[in-house]
Design a protein around this ligand. Structure first.
Ligand code: F3S
Length: 412
C-alpha cells in the first residue's frame, strides 16, 4: 500500500506509539480489502461503547490505546453507551454495570472523543456534505451518512473507527469508491408508506429480499415511488436496511447522488405491495402481556418527541406498564425548554439519554417481552448475544395505546 511521507512517520512511531498502533491496524485492514492507499477523513463517529456489547474486552482494548497515549486528531463523536449517565437507576441498572460503563466513558474522554453518546450525530450538529470522506461506525448512521448526505463512509468497526479517529485516515475501498455506490437492486413501492414504522417495515421487507445475494458491499437499492421521505423517515428506513448489511440506498428524485441512478446495474427487483406490508406487521404483532414499550431506535429527534407528547396527552399509564423514550442530550434539552419533556414525564414516560433500547441490559425479572416501533430494535433486542428478549413492533401510536389508557377526570 502506498503511504505518504507523513503516514510513514506515523507508522514509524514518530508521533507516538498510539498512532503507530492505529496505523498498523488501518494498513492491515486496507491490505485485506486491497486498498491501494489511505485517504484523509474529516470526522469519526465511534461505536462499541456499551459494556453490555463490549464487556471487559472493550475496557482492555481502550486501555491499550490509553497506555500508548493515543488521542483522536479529528472531530469524533460517540455512539450510545449502556446506560443513562444520570438516570441509570431508572433503567434498573446496577452499580456494578454502571461502574464498568463509567470506566469505558472515562477512557473515551481521555482519548479526546466527545461524549455525545447517541447514534444520531446529525441531530446535534455532526453534519456532512456530499462527497465528504468520513469514518463512521454506527450502522444506522453510516446508512444515513451515505444515503441522506451523500457523504462517503464504510461501516467501520470499533477498532477501525478508533484508528481512523486517531490518524485522521482510512483505507480507500468500499463505499469511498464511486463504483461501489451504484444501485444493484430496484425496489418499486406500491404499498402506502405513511409513517415512521412503515419505513422501518419497508427496510425489513427490502433487506430480507436481498440478504442472501452475493454483493461485495451489500445490496444497494434504488427505490422508485412517489414518496419524498422526511429525514427521520429516511433514518427509520436506513436503520432497518442497515441491520441486513445495506449501508447505502438511493431514492429516485430524493437522495443526493441522482447521477448514479442511470448507471444502475440492476441484478434483482422487488415490488413491495400492501399485502407484504400487512403481513410484516402481523409477523411482529405483540401478545397482550408485554409490559414495556421502548422507542427511540435510532434515537428520537425533537419532532418525534413532540409527536409522542401529542399521542400521550390526556392518558395515563396502564397498571404495571412502562413507556421509555430514548433520545440524545441535545434533543432532551430542547424538549425541556419547550415544555414537551414535562408533558411526557407528567404522564409517566421515562426519557433516557446517552443510551439506546438495545445496548442496555434489561432487568429480566421485570421485563420478559419488549414492544418497540423499530425493526432494527426488534432484531437487536431479541438477539441472544444482547438481551435475547422476544420483541414486537408496532407504530408509536399503537405502542402508546398498548401502554396507556384514557385518563378519566371525574366531576367533583
Ligand atoms: Fe441507535 Fe441503538 Fe438503534 S445505536 S440505531 S438506538 S440499536
Amino acid at each position: 500500500m502506498y503511504l505518504t511521507q507523513e503516514e510513514e512517520k506515523l507508522l514509524a512511531g514518530e508521533s507516538g506509539t498510539g498512532s503507530q498502533l492505529a496505523m498498523e491496524l488501518l494498513i492491515d485492514l486496507g491490505e485485506f480489502f486491497e486498498a491501494d492507499r489511505l485517504i484523509p477523513v474529516t470526522s469519526a463517529h465511534i461505536s462499541g461503547v456499551s459494556y453490555l456489547t463490549g464487556g471487559d474486552g472493550l475496557i482492555d482494548q481502550l486501555g491499550l490505546f490509553i497506555e500508548h497515549k493515543a488521542k483522536v486528531s479529528i472531530f469524533s463523536t460517540l455512539n450510545p453507551s449502556g446506560m443513562d449517565r444520570k438516570n441509570y437507576k431508572d433503567q434498573y441498572i446496577d452499580l456494578e454495570f454502571a461502574t464498568k460503563q463509567f470506566q469505558i466513558l472515562q477512557y473515551f474522554n481521555d482519548l479526546g472523543v466527545s461524549l455525545t453518546c447517541s447514534c444520531t450525530p446529525y441531530d446535534f450538529g455532526h453534519l456532512l456534505t456530499k462527497g465528504e470522506h468520513v469514518a463512521w461506525a454506527e450502522s444506522s448512521a453510516v446508512t444515513f451518512a451515505n444515503s441522506f448526505f451523500g457523504a462517503r463512509t464504510n461501516k467501520e468497526d470499533s477498532l477501525s473507527v478508533l484508528s481512523a479517529a486517531i490518524t485522521g485516515r482510512t483505507p480507500y475501498y468500499g463505499y469511498h469508491l464511486t463504483e461501489n455506490r451504484i444501485p444493484n437492486v430496484e425496489v418499486s413501492v406500491e404499498a402506502d408508506i405513511l409513517e415512521y414504522t412503515d419505513y422501518s417495515m419497508l427496510g425489513e421487507i427490502t433487506g430480507k429480499a436481498f440478504r442472501n445475494k452475493p454483493f461485495p458491499f451489500g445490496a444497494i437499492p434504488v427505490f422508485k415511488w412517489i414518496n419524498k421521505p422526511r429525514p427521520q423517515e429516511m433514518k427509520a428506513l436506513g436503520a432497518s436496511l442497515a441491520s441486513f448489511g445495506t449501508h447505502i440506498f438511493h431514492i429516485e428524485n430524493v437522495t443526493p447522488e441522482q447521477e448514479l441512478i442511470p448507471q444502475a446495474q440492476i441484478e434483482d427487483t422487488l415490488i413491495v405491495t400492501a399485502d407484504m406490508l400487512k403481513e410484516t406487521y402481523e409477523h411482529f404483532a405483540p401478545p397482550d402481556d408485554v409490559n414495556i414499550a421502548v422507542i427511540g431506535c435510532p434515537n428520537a429527534n425533537l419532532e418525534e418527541i413532540i409527536q409522542t407528547a401529542g399521542l400521550v396527552k390526556g392518558k395515563k399509564l396502564r397498571e404495571g406498564k412502562e413507556f421509555w423514550l430514548f433520545t440524545n442530550a441535545a434533543q432532551k434539552a430542547l424538549a425541556s425548554s419547550s415544555g414537551y419533556l414535562k408533558a411526557l414525564e407528567d404522564v409517566g414516560v421515562k426519557i433516557f439519554v446517552d443510551t439506546c433500547p438495545e445496548v442496555m441490559p434489561y432487568d429480566k425479572t421485570r421485563f420478559e417481552k419488549i414492544l418497540t416501533n423499530s425493526v432494527k430494535a426488534q432484531h437487536y433486542i431479541s438477539a441472544p448475544s444482547l438481551n435475547g428478549l422476544p420483541t414486537y413492533v408496532m407504530s408509536v401510536a399503537n405502542c402508546v395505546d398498548a401502554m396507556f389508557e384514557e385518563e378519566i377526570i371525574e366531576d367533583e
